[in-house]
Design a protein. Structure first.
Length: 477
């Protein structure tokens, strides 16, 4: 394994959305206004210093659990006492039906077992060539642009990850699905912006019901495309391409041999499709942003890629030899977690968490945004420092201090797939290009399901070495 070039991290600078937390809790109206952007930015400093923090508003109390052992209590040791709240389930069900993100416990357990082989190491490795080929094609698209072209890297990464997930999930059958999925996801994300009327008694529930109904309506086109693809795969099982959809249609419970019906396949396909490409897209957007702001870390990454790959197209076998690339991605997900708020849970029975007496009905929030920059867990947490994720540091860190993919039994089933995809994207593109943030541009954060740059992110595309072209595994262009 090649050892990455060591370098002193770039001096601390104020990154987008990382101004010091306010000293006092925000007012209700300020919190409501902040919900149009990144509501986590108004959480007071106390939450980043204490194991638990009880937030109070006219809507009630929410306990923020920010200690690894407390998080473990909620997500693992006493998870049955802390189900997701009804509103979250209602919104997720409108989008994903009863997929892994919203299924009741019994169905989730069965589906997770049936789907596990499709996300195992061998399956992920089988998806890697399609990921790389799609990214290489995308690199050629960038190559065709003029020097110093301006691109919205947020939109570019959404386009790339959408192509990749279509290729890995549906082979070449997904043109119709790709077209309608983007619109459906954008509508669903926009629907999660709440105003004052949404929290009022009587009026609020009616408005939320209309929103849920509208989300379901926007997914009808995607549903029709998926059911058509499922029907086609069932007819040609033996000749079907060995992609994710084929695996899912053919999957059986190892205990009773029962598979998923068409409706269940639809729910899981939409869950993986929508959650998968969106989270990887935002992760890669923030990776490029952070590299553009940290030239020392960017140079260290480039040195590793050049030493290990020497211009050739990466494969899954190269990933273990690219530890710094992995660390860059992991640190980007710490600074800008793709899903900054895991979920709101509601205590069913009395309990104790980090010495705090929990009462039935109390709302519980576990937020990677807070956890990933908690003063007790991270030194200088606003600084971008990929070496936090070297082997030694990672082994010392409490398991529930870092939650880019959630935690407990419902930890993201696609975590390995996502890391593989992100590493291969970075390895292909960062060999050939660097991105510079366009000047006089304010980057604002927006939290819906994922953490996005609110108005996109304009960057200047630069070629690292025009004389070096991506080569195949045997040196052929």
């Amino acid at each position: 394994m090649n050892t990455p070039v060591t370098a002193t991290p770039t001096a601390t600078k104020t990154l987008a959305g990382l101004a010091p937390p306010p000293l006092k809790p925000a007012s209700f109206l300020k919190t409501l206004r902040a919900s149009r952007g990144n509501a986590f930015e108004v959480i007071p400093l106390q939450a980043y210093e204490q194991p638990v923090y009880l937030a109070k508003s006219i809507l009630g109390k929410v306990l923020m659990v920010n200690d690894p052992e407390g998080v473990r209590r909620i997500l693992l040791d006493n998870v049955a006492n802390y189900p997701k709240n009804d509103l979250e389930i209602e919104f997720f069900s409108a989008m994903f039906g009863e997929g892994l993100l919203s299924a009741p416990t019994a169905k989730w357990r069965t589906h997770r077992k049936v789907m596990a082989p499709s996300f195992g190491t061998r399956s992920v490795e089988s998806y890697a060539p399609a990921m790389v080929e799609t990214t290489v094609d995308f690199a050629r698209h960038w190559d065709a642009l003029p020097e110093a072209a301006e691109i919205d890297i947020a939109e570019e990464m959404k386009a790339l990850t959408l192509k990749i997930i279509c290729r890995t999930m549906f082979s070449s059958d997904a043109d119709e699905l790709a077209a309608c999925s983007s619109e459906a996801l954008e509508f669903a994300q926009a629907s999660l912006e709440f105003g004052l009327l949404d929290v009022l008694p009587v009026i609020g529930p009616r408005r939320i019901k209309r929103t849920v109904d509208s989300i379901r309506a926007h997914f009808k086109g995607m549903d029709a495309a998926i059911y058509r693809l499922i029907g086609e795969r069932e007819k040609i099982r033996d000749e079907a391409p060995k992609d994710f959809l084929t695996r899912l249609v053919a999957a059986k419970d190892p205990d009773d041999g029962v598979g998923l019906n068409a409706s269940e396949v639809r729910d899981e396909v939409i869950t993986i499709f929508m959650a998968g490409h969106e989270t990887t897209a935002v992760t890669m957007t923030w990776v490029w942003y952070l590299l553009s702001q940290h030239p020392v870390e960017e140079a260290t990454l480039h040195a590793e890629l050049d030493a290990v790959l020497a211009g050739k197209i990466p494969t899954a076998e190269d990933i273990p030899n690219l530890p710094y690339a992995r660390m860059v991605i992991e640190e980007a997900m710490r600074v800008y977690p793709p899903a900054p708020g895991i979920s709101i849970r509601q205590a069913q029975q009395a309990d104790e968490v980090c010495g705090f007496k929990v009462w039935p009905g109390l709302q519980i929030l576990i937020s990677p945004w807070i956890l990933h920059r908690h003063r007790r867990l991270w030194d200088n947490p606003e600084r971008f420092d990929p070496t936090r994720f070297n082997k030694e540091s990672t082994e010392k860190r409490p398991r529930f201090a870092y939650l880019p993919f959630g935690g407990g039994p419902r930890v993201c089933i696609g975590a390995t797939l996502a890391m593989t995809e992100a590493t291969l994207i970075l390895a292909v593109l960062a060999q050939r290009f660097r991105l510079r943030l366009k000047e006089q541009q304010e980057i604002k954060l927006q939290t819906r399901i994922t953490l996005r740059p609110k108005n996109g992110m304009m960057t200047i595309l630069e070629r690292r070495s025009p004389s070096v072209h991506l080569r195949g595994a045997h040196g052929r262009p």
